[in-house]
Write a protein that binds this ligand. Structure first.
Ligand SMILES: [Zn+2]
Length: 203
């Protein structure tokens, strides 16, 4: 048994890692390329050791301006300690949940309580995640050399995933279960940034 192909290839790309350093002060030494055709990027490191993972589909098919959006968004998650905050909220909710359920004497009530708490806590985690996704997009767009790259990358993501990943027609379902910043909103953020920069140049 064994894999014909490595699942992750480590690459050095000084141009990209220098760009990340200059714009975010996040030091990435090497980039991990996940051998997958689906376009995605993520930060998988721990505090003090950020690890940037990009898929092959993204690394090979996205233009430099589009890659810049993805890596600045991911660096934003790291710089703003999003995974730490999400972990802490998760642990806090776990402790609160165990404490609350221990106080329940009747088993039937315990099951209903567990399901209710699980749902409320799950939505709380989603809301923090949605806040963090929006914050990472705002962090990225203000630092981008060319915010049009954010629009182009968003259209590529939309072309690949459709709206299923970030959007639901039901606003309540969207609020409760979707953490991703909807594609239309990302484009709006990029357009607003371009407008802002345009006004600065005129005045
Ligand atoms: Zn994100």
């Amino acid at each position: 048994m064994g894999y014909d192909k490595a699942l992750v290839t480590v690459v050095e790309n000084a141009k990209l890692t220098d760009l990340i350093w200059q714009k975010t002060n996040v030091e990435i030494k090497t980039i991990k390329i996940a051998e997958s055709d689906r376009p995605y990027g993520m930060m998988v490191g721990i505090p003090g050791r950020p690890q940037l993972l990009l898929s092959r589909g993204l690394y090979d098919n996205f233009a430099p301006d589009e890659v810049e959006y993805v890596v600045l968004h991911e660096a934003g998650h790291y710089a703003l300690a999003h995974s730490v905050k999400e972990l802490l909220l998760g642990l806090l909710l776990l402790v609160v949940g165990i404490w609350a359920l221990k106080r329940t004497r009747k088993p039937a009530r315990g099951i209903v309580g567990a399901i209710t708490l699980g749902l409320i806590f799950g939505v709380a985690m989603i809301r923090l995640g949605a806040f963090n996704e929006l914050q990472a997009d705002n962090y990225a767009v203000t630092r981008m050399t060319n915010p049009e790259g954010m629009i182009a990358a968003t259209e590529k993501f939309r072309g690949h995933y459709g709206k299923s990943l970030t959007q639901n027609d039901n606003k309540l379902i969207q609020w409760m279960f979707y953490r991703g910043n909807p594609y239309d909103n990302r484009i709006k953020i990029a357009e607003e940034e371009m407008e802002k920069r345009g006004e600065l140049q005129v005045n």
